[in-house]
Design a protein around this ligand. Structure first.
Ligand SMILES: CC(C)=CCC/C(C)=C/CC/C(C)=C/CC/C(C)=C/COC[C@@H](COP(=O)(O)O)OC/C=C(\C)CC/C=C(\C)CC/C=C(\C)CCC=C(C)C
Ligand SMILES: Nc1ccn([C@@H]2O[C@H](COP(=O)(O)OP(=O)(O)OP(=O)(O)O)[C@@H](O)[C@H]2O)c(=O)n1
Ligand SMILES: [Mg+2]
Length: 180
């Protein structure tokens, strides 16, 4: 049924959703590009740091094991079947989410956008493409079992909505400088 599909898709994406939240909360320090420029513009910019990337990846990866531990009782209480994460699948989702976001910053700088500028569409889906791509690359069997076509369709519709809601929430809580 639809509710089970939406809850399952949200659950399967949690290790990809949380890394960017954690990076915002823990970010700062040395930028990944070390201040280097390409074509007169920063390669990535000060918004992509080693600390944010490492913390985001670790938090997303660790969350997958918490999810695995509670999926049984929580699924039973909600009367839904919640997907489990393989080690490589979890790592792919967490690191891939960070890499997707970093890739988007690279594209933003190449297209002349300064740090913090919006790139509608890319901002909402960069981490989804990175997360699903790396998870599929690292553990395709688990990926194909978990991210069936209906689940992928829900992820593509649900994520931009959640991204807008969390970013506007984080902006009004003073955690982000821009509401996107
Ligand atoms: C475990 C840690 C360290 C933090 C978790 C805090 C938290 C409240 C997580 C919610 C996780 C979640 C399920 C999010 C799904 C939505 C999603 C697609 C998020 C993608 O991340 C966006 C992030 C950075 O965006 P960008 O790098 O692409 O620019 O947005 C910023 C988020 C934060 C700074 C984290 C804290 C956010 C809040 C406290 C916002 C308050 C949230 C609401 C009012 C609504 C929450 C709604 C949902 C969907 C649960
Ligand atoms: N890999 C990352 C991703 C995010 N952040 C932190 O989270 C903040 C918000 O993230 P994001 O919106 O992705 O970065 P922007 O500063 O908007 O930069 P960009 O335009 O390059 O996306 C960043 O400023 C930075 O403090 C980080 O340290 N490392
Ligand atoms: Mg931003």
């Amino acid at each position: 049924m639809v509710i089970e599909l939406v809850v399952g898709a949200f659950w399967a994406m949690l290790p990809a959703y949380v890394p960017n939240n954690a990076a915002v909360l823990a970010g700062g320090g040395r930028p990944i590009d070390g201040g280097r420029t390409w074509g007169g513009r920063r390669v990535l910019g000060d918004g992509k740091t080693w600390r944010g990337t490492a913390t985001g990846t670790l938090v997303g990866f660790a969350l997958a094991f918490v999810c695995n531990a509670v999926a049984g009782p929580l699924g039973a209480a909600l009367d839904v079947s919640l997907p489990r994460f393989s080690v490589l699948g979890a790592f792919g989702l967490a690191l891939g989410a960070m890499l997707g976001d970093i890739g988007a910053s690279f594209l933003k700088r190449r297209s002349g956008r300064e740090r913090g500028a919006a790139f509608p569409g890319l901002d909402q889906l960069d981490f989804v493409v990175g997360a699903l791509g790396l998870a599929a690359l690292l553990d395709f069997e688990w990926f194909a079992e978990t991210f069936t076509l209906p689940v992928l369709a829900v992820v593509l519709v649900l994520t931009p909505v959640l991204h807008v809601v969390t970013n506007v929430g984080a902006y009004y809580l003073g955690l982000k400088n821009e509401p996107y």
